[in-house]
Design a protein around this ligand. Structure first.
Ligand code: 5AD
Ligand code: SF4
Length: 492
């Protein structure tokens, strides 16, 4: 999300005449795009600010340079507001996630040695009219933000307070951006939002009657806010985005387990360019903890959803987020998280120790009473279980072939390339020239942005290793492996 926001910020500043530099000593303005989700994220920024304080002082002694300006942007700005200007006088500009269009004005105020702040949250700002400028222009993958904010109010989470109310970006501007990225040669787009399956584009009146039915939540799921009615839904967006270029992969993150529509699952099953990976944040495997977290589902409902997803898309890879040590979490409750991880078997998991955030319901109603040492011990246990399970999943892929989107040279060896399967699993394989397609003797080099069929020969818990066999495309590969959607299109 912050990478995506940085691209919006950079677009706004570029238009006003600012230039970007990768060398800190060349910069007259340094902006930090911050996160507030856990205390550790904020601590990183405090350390950076101490460093910048010394640097600012050192630079002020040099008469040939204008005074350095430091801006603190994003969720930490929204959370701490004026306090940031009061502390140590390092920060000149404070801008919350909805005030990036005001940055040129805020920065100009600092020219008279003033400080400037805008932390007003908006009901409708989606930056739909800002075309983000990609930070890494050569990358074959890109992020596209489809909505902002969150209305879910999970009791542990600061996001609804720092990013404000949920609002969806109009579909037309999303489609424009994705088409533009496709024209630039981008091969994979990730649609971003805090809760993508509650996406609703209510902006176009001609679509406003598309679906007036009250969305029904499956048994075992409930929501704290009234689901939006009418307009275009996430499945409509996914349908349209995936038709822009059948050779462009589409991913999305994050859906919320509480309202997972079948239409989305059907689309993933049918469209070979919608990636076979779903991020399904569980947070805990225990129903009482889930209730305290106000997640809107029970362990049983979550497991039923996983089974349902696997019925419709048997080769789906699943990822998740888990928090250990939430207020009052007992050893038995934590054991349910471990057992859920063992039962579901995730291809990827983001694991966190609970960090109490002010303003949240948990801060008001519950006590952060799990000993920090116990939290860390539980975190270690989650990591061990996750690694053991994912190693087994990855080893089971040895000997099989996968269509891999080549992303770049491997970081560890210039003789290797790295890419990802549709299930979002990293694959490393040697560079070089391979067959142009399955039925030819002609060969060509493997480049970033190519689709290559790779045979897996080795695996650990983090990465697969393979041998590249031949170049292919999403469409060709789906035809050769008998993907249902492709067969239907072919018969027509
Ligand atoms: N402490 C620890 N982890 C948290 N997350 C959100 N809030 C907290 C918190 N207070 C985690 C959740 C969420 C992910 C983005 O961050 O797992 O899904
Ligand atoms: Fe936070 Fe819950 Fe919203 Fe995710 S869904 S951003 S965890 S409040």
């Amino acid at each position: 999300m912050n990478v995506s926001d940085t691209e919006i910020i950079w677009s706004i500043l570029k238009k006003t005449g600012y230039q970007k530099t990768d060398t800190m000593t060349e910069a007259d303005v340094i902006l930090l795009v911050t996160c507030a989700i856990r205390d550790a994220a904020e601590q990183k920024i405090w350390h950076k600010l101490v460093h910048l304080k010394h640097y600012k002082k050192w630079r002020s002694l040099r008469s040939d340079k204008p005074p350095l300006k430091v801006g603190l942007l994003g969720c930490m700005a929204e959370r701490l507001k004026h306090k940031l200007l009061e502390t140590d006088k390092i920060v000149d500009v404070v801008a919350g996630p909805d005030s990036y269009k005001d940055l040129p004005r805020l920065l100009s105020l600092t020219e008279d040695n003033q400080t400037a702040i805008n932390v007003i949250l908006s009901y409708d700002e989606t930056y739909a009219d800002v075309t983000p400028v990609r930070i890494n222009q050569d990358s074959v993958t890109a992020f596209v933000s489809i909505m902002r904010g969150c209305d879910n109010m999970c009791t542990y989470c600061i996001v609804p307070f720092t990013r404000g109310r949920e609002r969806s970006r109009p579909i037309a501007s999303i489609l424009d951006e994705v088409s533009h990225l496709s024209d630039q040669g981008v091969k994979e787009v990730t649609l971003l939002g805090q809760n993508v399956n509650s996406y609703r584009d209510l902006s176009e009146s001609k679509f406003a009657t598309a679906d007036k039915s009250d969305p029904k939540l499956a048994a075992g799921f409930k929501t704290v806010y009234k689901p939006k009615v009418g307009g275009l839904r996430f499945s409509d967006l996914l349908d349209k985005v995936s038709q822009i270029n059948p050779e462009m992969r589409i991913r999305f993150t994050s859906p919320h387990p509480k309202d997972f529509p079948d239409e989305v699952l059907q689309l993933i099953a049918e469209r070979p360019n919608i990636c076979r990976n779903i991020h399904l944040p569980a947070q805990s495997g225990n129903s009482t903890v889930l209730e305290r977290m106000r997640r809107g589902y029970t362990r049983e409902a979550y497991i039923s959803l996983v089974e349902h997803i696997r019925e419709i898309i048997p080769d789906i890879s699943l990822s998740s987020d888990f928090i250990c040590g939430f207020c009052g979490e007992t050893e038995e409750e934590f054991a349910d998280t471990i057992s859920l991880m063992q039962m579901v078997k995730y291809n990827m998991a983001y694991l966190f120790a609970y960090s109490m955030r002010e303003k949240t319901t948990a801060h008001r109603r519950h006590e952060d009473n799990v000993d920090p040492k116990v939290k860390q011990d539980r975190l270690r246990r989650m990591i061990t279980i996750y690694r053991t399970e994912v190693q087994k999943l990855n080893e089971a892929m040895i000997g099989r072939q996968y269509l891999v989107l080549v992303e770049k040279k491997s970081r560890k060896s210039e003789f290797n390339m790295q890419g990802r399967t549709s299930g979002n699993i990293k694959v490393i394989f040697p560079r070089g020239s391979i067959q142009d397609n399955r039925c030819t003797t002609k060969s060509r080099n493997i480049e970033a942005g190519d689709y290559v069929v790779v045979q897996i020969i080795n695996a650990n818990s983090q990465v697969l290793k393979g041998i590249p066999l031949y170049h292919s495309s999403i469409t060709q590969y789906a035809l050769s492996t008998g993907n249902h959607y492709e067969r239907m299109a072919y018969n027509l």
